[in-house]
Design a protein around this ligand. Structure first.
Ligand SMILES: NC(=O)c1ccc[n+]([C@@H]2O[C@H](COP(=O)([O-])OP(=O)(O)OC[C@H]3O[C@@H](n4cnc5c(N)ncnc54)[C@H](O)[C@@H]3O)[C@@H](O)[C@H]2O)c1
Length: 332
């Protein structure tokens, strides 16, 4: 991490919605030592990754608000005076979005509309960074996937992320509010929830392996994903936040490297050698939402922001395993 690129964060007033989760807390843990003044807003809903321990090292230096982006009155107060808003709060599971579409609508659309409306009314100067997802592309037609790939959403989550993206584009075009959208690939790393497998497959495999349980691969394990370590995600978002020329854009955020499931599992097994792996048939419902292979084309992001990922998959897996070996009791 080149901290010099991020030195303009010093003194910046930052709000992170969903900031007790994996990506938000990683941003906070990077920004606070650089002198940013960080406010975290998180609803701490039990199914998602909100965990006060994620903020342990900076707990005396951040303002923590236990609150919900669906609470418009609260959001109107919280956005005042903020220069950068990382709007990350979310129902994060594409699987749950199918069984609970209205919850997904309320948080993943309504919550962001609240943030945008609150900014329109009380803080048009704030720059908002929004975490969208590779799931807006849904069924993949070609790889690597660039930002012009068609939207073949296969889940309510993908549909609502795409809808929220359009809110952010609209509020920029109509009201001039700066908004930057990231379509994140498969993030992994320290500070992710380890309670269930409904999002974050690589972390989940690490949990199973640490528990001495077998890892189950659907089919032959040839399906390709683009796994990005969480500090690289945070670094890209912070870089976009402080780039004053960047007023609005949409970027894919991954590594540009595809890894098969088989290979990902092999890497976990390399660091935890007694791990057992079994192959099984695709379950019916998973096959329905399976996107096909996915590799991000990150050339636009690299060109516009000079950003590139720094942590290799091997290094990231190793760091993630060490983190949970040390802090297992805070996440299991
Ligand atoms: N983890 C992934 O696989 C992935 C992939 C692509 C994009 N994203 C997006 O990145 C963002 C951050 O995800 P993460 O990986 O850090 O997940 P996370 O579950 O660790 O963090 C999400 C946080 O949002 C909070 N939250 C949920 N509903 C809220 C509400 N109504 N009001 C306030 N806070 C609320 C949760 O308590 C949690 O702390 C999300 O927008 C997610 O959709 C995640």
């Amino acid at each position: 991490m080149e901290d010099s690129r991020l030195r303009d964060l010093k003194g910046k007033e930052i709000l992170i919605t969903g900031g007790a989760g994996m990506i938000g807390s990683t941003i906070a843990n990077l920004a606070v030592p650089l002198g940013a003044k960080v406010t975290i807003l998180d609803a701490m809903l039990p199914l998602y990754g909100g965990n006060r321990f994620n903020l342990e090292e900076i707990k005396d230096d951040v303002v923590f608000i236990e609150g919900d982006v669906r609470d418009f009155e609260l959001m109107k107060k919280v956005v005042v005076g903020k220069e950068i808003i990382f709007d990350l709060a979310a129902q994060v599971s594409y699987i749950d979005s199918i069984t609970q579409p209205f919850l997904d609508l309320e948080i993943n659309c309504g919550g962001h509309l609240n943030v945008l409306e609150a900014c329109r009314l009380h803080n048009k100067e704030a720059k908002i960074i929004f975490s969208s997802s590779r799931f807006v592309y849904g069924s993949i037609e070609y790889n690597p996937v660039d930002e012009a790939h068609p939207f073949n959403c296969l889940s309510i989550y993908g549909i609502h992320k795409l809808t929220a993206e359009k809110y952010f584009a609209f509020y920029h075009r109509y009201y001039g509010i700066p908004t930057v959208i990231f379509r994140i690939a498969n993030p992994f790393g320290p500070r992710q929830q380890m309670k269930h497998s409904r999002y974050g497959i690589l972390n989940w495999f690490i949990k199973l392996a640490l528990d001495g349980k077998q890892l189950t691969i659907y089919g032959e394990g040839e399906q390709i994903r683009d796994y990005i370590y969480v500090t690289d995600v945070a670094d890209a978002m912070l870089t976009a936040a402080i780039d004053e020329r960047l007023r609005h854009d949409v970027f894919n955020l991954g590594t540009g490297i595809g890894t098969t499931f088989k290979e990902m599992v092999r890497k976990v097994g390399f660091f935890l050698p007694n791990t057992k792996v079994v192959n099984t048939e695709w379950p019916k419902d998973s096959a329905f939402v399976e996107t096909g292979d996915y590799i991000s084309d990150i050339s636009k992001l690299s060109r516009r922001l000079g950003w590139k990922p720094r942590v290799s998959l091997d290094e990231g897996v190793k760091k993630t395993i060490s983190y949970y070996q040390k802090y297992k009791h805070k996440y299991w």
